[in-house]
Design a protein around this ligand. Sequence first.
Ligand code: PLP
Length: 370
Amino acid sequence: MEKLLADRTAKIDASGIRKVFALAQSLENPVNLSIGQPDFDVPDELKSAAIEAIKGGLNKYSMSAGDDALRNKIAARLSDGIGWDKPNVMITSGVSGGLLLCFLSLINPGDEVIIPDPYFVIYKHIVNMLGGKCVFIDTYPDFDLPVEAISEAITEKTKLIIINSPCNPTGKVYSSEKLEKLAEVASKKGVPVMSDEIYEEFSYDQDCPTIASYYDKTLILGGFGKAYAMTGWRLGYAAVSDAMAELLEQMVKIQQYTFVCPPTPFQQAAIAALDYDISPMVDKYRHKRDLVYNGLKDKFEVSLPQGAFYAFVKAPGGSATEFVAKAIKNNCLIIPGNVFSEKDTHFRLSYAASDEDIEKGIAILRKLAE
Ligand SMILES: Cc1ncc(COP(=O)(O)O)c(C=O)c1O
C-alpha cells in the first residue's frame, strides 16, 4: 500500500482555524468572541420534550426522511410563509448534514458552484472534496448580494448558486429586491439556488426574506441548532418545491445509506420548538449587536450587522491574521477572515457571549486599534 489516506483528505485545509486554537490554548480565561452558537441553554420546555421522548421509548431509528409529524409541521409553515404548494421536506442531521447530502446529490467533478465571499467554511471544503470548483464572488466591502457578478459568473458548468442570509460571517441580511433579482437571473439560466437559512430567526431590523418566495428551484436548508441553542442535538431540515422534488428524493436516498436517519428523540423536541417563542432571545441578541457595533464603529471599519450573531470587521494594519494573533495575546479570541474568505483583511467577532464579555472584548480591541 503506497498511501494510507485518500487524496480528498488533502483538499481540506484546516490550518487557519487550528492556528487560532493553538494560540488560544495558552490562555487561562479568555474573552471568547469566537464561538458560533448561542450563549443561552436549550429552553426547559424543549429539554422536557426530549427527555419525555427518550423515556417514552422513542430511541430507535426514525424514517430516513425524518418524523412525519415534524416534516408536516415544517411543510405547513413553509407553505404559509412562501406560498409553495405542499413543500417536500426532509429532516437532516444538522444543516451540515443537509449540505453534505445536497452536494453529494448535485456535484460531479468539474462542476462549478458559485459562492459569495465571505462564506460559511463548510461549503468550500465539501465542494473541493467532491472535485467541484468553487467560484467565489467578492462581496467586500458592503457584503451585499452581488447579483450582477453572479450573473456574469454563470457558465455551462454552473451547477449551483449558494446564498446564506443572514450571513455567517458578515451578519448581512439580503433584501427582497436583491433576492428577486437573483431569482430572475438564476431562473433565466436554469441554475438552482441553495439558500442556507440557519440564522433566519436572528434578523434584527426586518423579517428575513427568502429567495424561495421568488424562485421554485430553491433548496432551503433550515436549522434548529442556533435558534434553540441545541447545536449538539444535530437537527436541521431541507425543503424544496415540486420543481426540485427529484433532488430531495436523492438526498433522502443518500441519507438512508450514510446518516441513516436524523436523531429520533430530538425530533420530538423540534416539534415542540416550532411552537416556542424565542423573540425574547432575539431581543437580547439585538442588544448585543448594538453593543458591538456602537463599541467598535468609531475605531474600526465595520458595517451594522443585520442578522446572525457576528460582526465582520476590517483589521487595522491590513493583515487579519496578524491582528488576531495580537488580540489573542491580549486575551481576546476572535477569528481571522481568511477562514471564511479568500482574503485576509477582516476578522469575525461573535457576539454570542455575555454582555460582560462583549464589553471586555471591545475594550481590548479598541486598545489594539489605537
Ligand atoms: C451558515 C451556517 N450554515 C450551517 C451551519 C451548520 O449548522 P449545523 O450545526 O446545524 O450543522 C452553520 C454553523 O455554524 C452556519 O453558520
